[in-house]
Write a protein that binds this ligand. Structure first.
Ligand SMILES: Cc1cc2nc3c(=O)[nH]c(=O)nc-3n(C[C@H](O)[C@H](O)[C@H](O)COP(=O)(O)OP(=O)(O)OC[C@H]3O[C@@H](n4cnc5c(N)ncnc54)[C@H](O)[C@@H]3O)c2cc1C
Length: 508
């Protein structure tokens, strides 16, 4: 097989261990770098922020990413799912992604900066006498950009997409990436690194099987949409003429989509009828004891955050760390699952919609999704099982707000880790990591691979896919790195001096 400069041969791709000579034979330039983070999103940012605060210099870290700023993918997904800059997120005041100390929280900053003392009072009253305070998306993006500039994020970013991670024959790893076309002398470059951090986010958008099949068969990507993909044309059409929309899902994104639909009725005179379809319809509170109950009403399971707060740093975190195998999976399923935030405004909108007849609920398994001949509508046939009658719902649009996460094997580099590096899957089919987020069975000599984010759900920590979870993972990984001789612990002295630098926005 002929090998062009900087290109990779099948033989190289198929081999699990590479040598320096292998890459030299392919004309691939190799750069030494102790720490490489793959992804460049919020997970990479949390990791690098922690390392910089711990004293690691910019020349020891590289982040391989195709993003211009760490929040870019997040902003894209949030905006599609109708959380625009002025809207509030789900996490709380102290989930300060730009500040590992969590103080001052977003509420205090908003109260001070916008002269709105009410939000500071809200955090004192939440969740008993007020809804949980949650920051506006724009505030989070601004603070993250500020911190990125402070830690000199751009100096560490190498534009590109990672293609492969491989063990090196003499210990450590190679990370092979493709720089953007025309930006480098070769089509591929490689880093030779002791520590790799995988933070690649979601492997891809997952569609419900029946909707996927409908879209493919009828080549209809306009009327059946996923909440995480751009779908503003749906709302625009509904403002132009009376439409029926069928919404599937009962999580936070479904809540936000419903809010958008009802806001458009309230503020722009849309005449939309909403059919909200539930697959599972909790009959009453979930959980089996007084200390572990989740209220449910009208098909929704209510919980402030996607897991109970103690999952991030209390007794639930400790308990989960002690569990193995099926017990761990079952516990994560019990404390998580599909749920949404119990916001008063959302409840009021749905109650009003129900009373006025523009918000209808359906329940059951979907049997088929078919186009209605001679109309531009789509018919969803539901039920016929579990004792529910078969019901047909005709709608102009279907919005799938059920979930985002595809199989981890859909991600090429994660697949590489499974196939070539020795990594395995955990009890929930995601990447198997230790309590300190080190990928199990992937060590190579002194080299270590770590992973954080949604692909590690099923491990010893539940809130992996959250700002706080990404920061927690970063701190645990940092502890491991310190034990391996990379960086210093963030003790009381460093922590205090670094917080002051953060507060004054001065360089590290
Ligand atoms: C709509 C939405 C709202 C959310 N709201 C909240 C909230 O309010 N509070 C909260 O705490 N959490 C929230 N989360 C969860 C979580 O905090 C975010 O998803 C966060 O962005 C996860 O960070 P990440 O680094 O894992 O993934 P991302 O931020 O998505 O970054 C991963 C990046 O890796 C890149 N990548 C993948 N493969 C490669 C490769 N081979 N080479 C180079 N780059 C690659 C991807 O393109 C992506 O840009 C929300 C998530 C979503 C989707």
């Amino acid at each position: 097989m002929s090998v062009t400069q900087g290109d990779v041969s099948r033989q190289l791709v198929d081999s699990s261990v590479w040598s320096d000579q292998d890459l030299a034979n392919h004309g691939i330039p190799v750069y030494d770098m102790p720490f490489v983070s793959v992804g460049g999103g919020i997970g990479s940012f949390a990791m690098v922020d922690t390392l910089r605060i711990a004293g690691i210099t910019t020349d020891q870290i590289r982040v391989i990413s195709d993003l211009e700023r760490p929040s870019q993918t997040y902003e894209y997904l949030a905006s599609n799912s109708q959380i625009r800059s002025g809207h509030r997120l789900r996490s709380d005041s102290s989930s300060t992604v730009d500040c590992i100390w969590g103080w001052p929280g977003y509420a205090l900053r908003e109260a001070w900066g916008k002269k709105t003392p009410g939000v500071a009072v809200q955090v004192l009253l939440e969740p008993v006498a007020a809804d949980y305070y949650t920051p506006k998306a724009g505030q989070v993006y601004e603070s993250l950009n500020r911190e990125a500039a402070r830690i000199r994020w751009n100096q560490m970013v190498v534009p590109g997409i990672v293609r492969h991670v491989r063990r090196r024959d003499r210990g450590d790893y190679f990370v092979l990436s493709t720089p953007p076309a025309g930006s480098a002398a070769t089509k591929r470059i490689a880093f030779r690194s002791r520590f790799i951090h995988m933070a690649v986010g979601y492997p891809g958008v997952r569609f419900l099987d029946d909707l996927q099949a409908y879209r493919k068969e009828h080549n209809d990507f306009q009327r059946v949409v996923n909440a995480y993909e751009p779908h503003d044309h749906v709302y625009a059409e509904m403002r132009r003429r009376p439409c029926t929309v069928l919404v599937r899902g009962a999580g936070i994104v479904a809540s936000r989509v419903l809010q958008r639909l009802i806001d458009d009725r309230d503020q722009h005179g849309a005449q939309t009828t909403i059919v909200h379809l539930f697959r599972n319809y909790p009959a009453g509170p979930q959980g089996d004891k007084a200390t572990f109950r989740r209220p449910a009403a009208k098909g929704w399971a209510y919980q402030g955050f996607n897991f109970p707060k103690a999952a991030w740093g209390g007794q639930i975190r400790d308990h989960l760390e002690s569990l193995e195998g099926d017990a761990r999976r079952d516990f994560i399923d019990a404390i998580g699952g599909t749920n949404t935030a119990p916001r008063k405004h959302w409840r009021e909108q749905l109650d009003r919609g129900e009373a006025q007849g523009f918000y209808l609920q359906g329940r059951g398994e979907v049997q088929s999704v078919i186009p209605i001949p001679d109309t531009r509508q789509i018919r969803t046939v539901v039920g016929g099982t579990t004792g529910l009658p078969t019901t047909e719902y005709d709608a102009d649009f279907i919005i799938d707000a059920t979930g985002l996460e595809a199989n981890i094997e859909d991600h090429r580099v994660v697949m590489d880790l499974l196939r070539h590096v020795g990594a395995g899957k955990n009890v929930k089919g995601r990447l198997d990591v230790e309590r300190d987020f080190r990928v199990r069975n992937a060590d190579n000599g002194e080299g270590r691979i770590f992973a954080s984010g949604s692909m590690t759900l099923g491990g010893y920590y539940a809130g992996v896919d959250s700002f706080l979870g990404l920061q927690y993972a970063a701190l645990r990984i940092h502890d491991n790195l310190v034990d391996a001789g990379f960086g210093q612990r963030i003790g009381p002295g460093r922590s205090t001096s670094q917080w002051w630098k953060w507060a004054r926005n001065t360089g590290i």
